[in-house]
Design a protein around this ligand. Structure first.
Ligand code: ACO
Ligand code: ZN
Length: 427
């Protein structure tokens, strides 16, 4: 299950009316169309397209729109590169397409009002919860089509946050008045969002936050972690979810932020504490989830912050005396980061370990759930099932080879700098 803490309509500082969950009209139709090279191209057309690497790649046309002030037949096309993740979907011009490679079989089309389907909130949740990135194994074809239909075109192309302009990756259900805004401007401290730079400038003159609201629970050098209670800071929690959804594909947005804590990692300087990334955590999880959503903002990615956030989530679990696991599904990048973290932590222990060690003992030492330990060791071919028992193979040379392949360790969490007690309901 993948949840994105709730964005039910409330107020958002500068962003007033939230729609966060009104029913959404969605139209789907399956069918085949015999080929015709008439323009504009049909939604569903498959064709080769020149990408930013200047090479041709196969794409599928997801949507089309008239070019503002263009001629009657001038369209641009929203395409999905079939070899790549949906975050690379984009609007392209006709001249980027090689029309000689066009395949005219259409398997999906979206213009048939007669078969339009009004989705309930529950249906939308179901779609997001079951949608899996790699292979989409857990999702039936109809649900997958519905999810992709509902979120098919990015509604916000760019955001400005602090000193960064960032291209977005996915659709996020901002209130409708923000849809198709070329760029949204976020206050980097309270995360209010606005359509115009001047609004942001006015806001910055009166916003008195210089760090996320909530308690600073960790500080080490210039890095600080803040714990934000979604119940006490509802608008901040909602704004964070809207922002995060721009970079998270398969997350639902219909739970209540009240039920979550947000751990916001910042790099601090004399201007304030600048958000680098965050993870969210349910206050009470029946499924022993110790992390719901994790994000490193794109300008900060591949610097070890993701592994830091993951390590931090396990340090919290250790303090709680519980094992934990991230909420599913994991994204492609989420799985890579978790696999890297699990591999490094487990293999470092196995390397130092003299005698035998059981999966349970590994779990007790690391707070990693036994299923995740098993799947990690299995993927590395380090485990065998003999006489009803799992036996770990720990040849030092093999461990070293895997450790090398697992990449860098990331930024270390200095546990002595973590000042935190587990969440307790205050009635
Ligand atoms: N290409 C290839 N490998 C990658 C990439 C990439 N673009 N990004 C991360 N990795 C792998 C690498 O193995 C990397 O280790 P290395 O740099 O030592 O080789 C490892 O993942 C983690 O790297 P970090 O620098 O520690 O992680 P980062 O700060 O980039 O954050 C994260 C990882 C949080 C997954 C980030 O990519 C992100 O925010 N993605 C968008 C949101 C997302 O998908 N979140 C996970 C959803 S699942 C869930 O929330 C439970
Ligand atoms: Zn602000």
């Amino acid at each position: 299950m993948g949840s994105m803490e709730g964005l039910k309509a409330e107020s958002n500082g500068d962003a007033q009316a939230m729609n966060g969950g009104g029913d959404i009209m969605m139209m789907t139709r399956r069918g085949k169309t015999s080929g015709s090279s008439a323009f504009p191209l049909e939604v569903g057309t498959k064709v080769m397209c020149r990408w930013r690497d200047q090479k041709m790649h196969p794409v599928k046309v997801i949507e089309r729109r008239k070019i503002p002030y263009g001629g009657a037949g001038d369209y641009e096309y929203y395409v999905h590169y079939t070899e790549f993740n949906r975050r690379l979907d984009e609007w392209v011009k006709l001249e980027q397409l090689d029309l000689d490679t066009m395949e005219t079989e259409l398997d999906e089309k979206v213009d048939d009002k007669a078969t339009s389907l009004k989705m309930t909130r529950h249906q939308k949740r179901k779609i997001d919860e079951t949608h899996v990135e790699a292979g989409h194994e857990e999702l039936d074809a109809a649900s997958l089509r519905e999810h992709e239909e509902f979120t098919k075109v990015k509604n916000i192309a760019k955001i400005e946050l602090g000193r960064y302009e960032i291209d977005t990756w996915y659709f996020s259900p901002f209130p409708s008045e923000y849809n198709d805004t070329p760029k949204l401007f976020f206050c980097e401290f309270c995360l209010s969002f606005m359509k115009h730079k001047e609004q942001l400038q006015r806001h910055m003159r009166k916003c008195d936050l210089k760090h996320p609201p909530g308690d600073e629970i960790y500080r080490c050098g210039t890095l600080s972690m803040f714990e934000v209670d979604g119940k006490k800071n509802k608008v901040y929690g909602q704004n964070l979810c809207y922002l995060a959804k721009l970079f998270l594909d398969h997350k639902t947005l219909y739970y209540d932020v009240d039920l979550f804590l947000f751990y916001v990692l910042c790099e601090c300087d004399d201007r304030g504490c600048h958000m680098v990334g965050y993870f969210s955590k349910e206050k009470h999880s029946e499924e022993s989830y110790n992390l719901a959503c994790i994000l490193t903002l794109p300008p900060y990615q591949r610097k070890g912050y993701g592994k830091f956030l993951i390590a931090f989530s396990y340090e919290l679990s250790k303090k709680e005396g519980k094992v934990g696991t991230p909420e599913r599904p994991l994204s492609d990048l989420g799985l890579l980061s978790y696999r890297g973290y699990w591999t490094r932590v487990l293999l470092e222990i196995l390397k130092k370990q003299k005698g035998n060690i059981s999966i349970k003992e590994l779990s007790d030492m690391t707070a990693i759930k036994t299923d995740d330990i098993l799947s990690t060791l299995q993927a590395l071919d380090l485990i065998q099932y003999r006489k009803g028992q799992h036996v770990i193979c720990a040849d030092p040379k093999i461990l070293d080879r895997h450790l090398k392949a697992a990449g860098r360790g990331g930024l270390e969490v200095d546990v002595s700098k973590l000042i935190w007690t587990p969440y307790k309901d205050q009635g």
